[in-house]
Design a protein around this ligand. Structure first.
Ligand code: SAH
Ligand code: SF4
Ligand code: F3S
Length: 443
């Protein structure tokens, strides 16, 4: 049968889609092999910033020598990047013979089989209708990580933040039916998955397209009660749609629904928030955070922040620094603004020069590292349950997991401890992770 390799770039949604494509191909008898032996290499790519796209462009170039010798491998470009620049990629590189956007994931397995028996055609699964969606109905059984899985609960996004490509590449917002999600979670739990992260660009708008009022907090409750999944996490929350019932449900199932929330702020300036089309003010953001911290003491609160968005003045930027000081997030995904063709802000004349963007990025990162180190140092001496789910990226004999509040913890443990819930005493802290010692099991 055919041999494939899969490379995934970008966010957890792309990981989930990649896992599903892999599962579908393996179930049809395809085998996953190292890239050098593959008939088809699938690049499931991201378009969120220029840097993300450049990674795929530069990887594409590397197939030239083997293509010259063997006319292999065929390269399939999928994911958000395919919808954005897949046609360009196919016209630049003859080995790109398959392009399928994220709204056509259901076309991938058959499409790749047609590609293998074709004679020289290039296959395009793209269309200009942002409502079109062809799902791949299969649970992600073949994953990189045995213990953890992602499950997308809603596709697309209708928010059109000024800087963001996602609504253009992933199309209109559609919630998946609750039964479908809960069944998928059950199936994964039966196969030994211990932790599931529910994914949506804006989980709080889950269900707003249903007629019966079933909401994200209903889904969280049913997932905690009915699926047998040991730990449930979710991303991303949107301040404009966040509702207190989500926090109530988290508080009602504290051992299953992890007390961790990613609530992107994007800017600390009301002027910028309006320009970004975020539809909340700093004051509204502040009252949400207050509500969360009151109801869930010990919650992990993370955020996303963009610096150097067009029209961001030094005063606006100062507001973002003050917001970091005020909210003291556990972690912030910071990024310098990257213009995305076709989005609103990319067309504005008042772009911030690159050097200023980089200087602002350094400054927020420096401040946030200091805050994170202070917060993490305060956790030394505490004990918490941790699912050991992977090898540490560096360091022999170390495994890693996450605290309920979503902080990475490294512990000394052998491979046989993978997949175990243990009780960990936190013994050390850095700005990006904790280290700890296993006290016993916590199953
Ligand atoms: N739906 C989520 C975020 C999805 S994109 C939300 O509403 O927050 C993930 C992050 O990438 C965003 O939070 C934003 O901080 C960043 N991002 C998106 N577009 C960007 C751009 N053009 N330049 C820089 N960062 C960007
Ligand atoms: Fe992008 Fe905004 Fe949608 Fe998030 S909510 S995916 S930032 S458009
Ligand atoms: Fe990238 Fe698409 Fe995710 S653009 S960040 S892979 S939704």
């Amino acid at each position: 049968m055919y041999r494939f390799a899969l490379k995934v770039y970008g966010c957890q949604m792309n990981v989930y889609d990649g896992d599903k494509m892999k599962t579908a191909l393996v179930s049809r008898g395809w085998s996953e092999v190292p890239e050098e032996e593959a008939d088809v290499v699938i690049l499931n790519g991201c378009s969120i910033r220029d840097k993300a796209e450049q990674k795929v462009w530069s990887d594409l170039g590397r197939y030239a020598p083997r293509w010259g010798r063997e006319r292999k491998p065929f390269v399939a470009v999928t994911g958000c990047i395919a919808q954005n620049v897949g046609r360009k990629m196919a016209s630049r590189f003859p080995w790109v013979r398959f392009v399928s956007g994220p709204r056509h994931i259901g076309a991938v397995p058959d499409g790749l089989e047609r590609l293998m028996s074709s004679s020289g055609e290039t296959f395009f699964f793209l269309d200009d209708d942002p409502k079109a969606f062809l799902d791949l109905k299969i649970a992600p059984m073949e994953r990189l990580n045995k213990w953890k899985a992602f499950v997308t609960i809603a596709h697309g996004c209708d928010n059109f933040c000024s800087y963001c490509i996602v609504p253009y590449v992933r199309g209109r917002f559609v919630s998946r039916p609750p039964m479908e999600i809960l069944e998928e979670m059950k199936k994964l739990a039966e196969e030994g998955v211990m932790e599931i992260t529910l994914l949506g660009q804006n989980v709080d708008s889950y269900g707003t397209d249903f007629p019966d009022g079933y909401s994200f907090s209903d889904l969280l409750r049913d997932a905690a009660r009915e699926t047998g999944v040991r730990l449930i996490r979710f991303v991303t929350s949107h301040p404009k749609d966040f509702t207190p019932d989500v926090v109530e449900t988290m508080a009602a199932y504290p051992d299953v629904i992890c007390p961790s929330i990613n609530l992107p702020i994007q800017s600390g300036s009301d002027r910028m928030l309006a320009l970004m089309n975020r539809k909340y003010t700093l004051g509204q953001y502040r009252s949400i955070v207050r509500g969360i911290r009151e109801r869930l003491p010990g919650v992990g609160l993370t955020s996303d922040l963009i610096v150097g968005h067009p029209r961001e003045t030094p005063e606006d930027f100062q507001c973002s620094l003050s917001a970091l000081e005020e909210f003291r997030f556990d972690l912030v995904h910071t990024a310098a603004y990257s213009p995305r063709e076709g989005t609103a802000a990319a067309a504005w004349e008042e772009q911030v020069p690159r050097e200023i963007k980089m200087a602002r990025l350094n400054e927020v990162n420096r401040l946030q590292s200091k805050i994170a180190l202070e917060i993490n140092s305060g956790l030394v001496g505490r004990t918490c349950p941790v699912l050991l789910d992977d090898f540490a990226p560096r360091g022999e004999g170390l495994l890693q997991g996450r605290t309920p509040s979503d902080k990475v913890v490294l512990v000394e443990a052998g491979e046989e401890m993978l997949g175990r819930m243990v009780s960990v005493l936190i013994t050390g802290a850095e700005n990006w992770c904790l280290s700890g010692r296993i006290l016993g099991t916590a199953e």
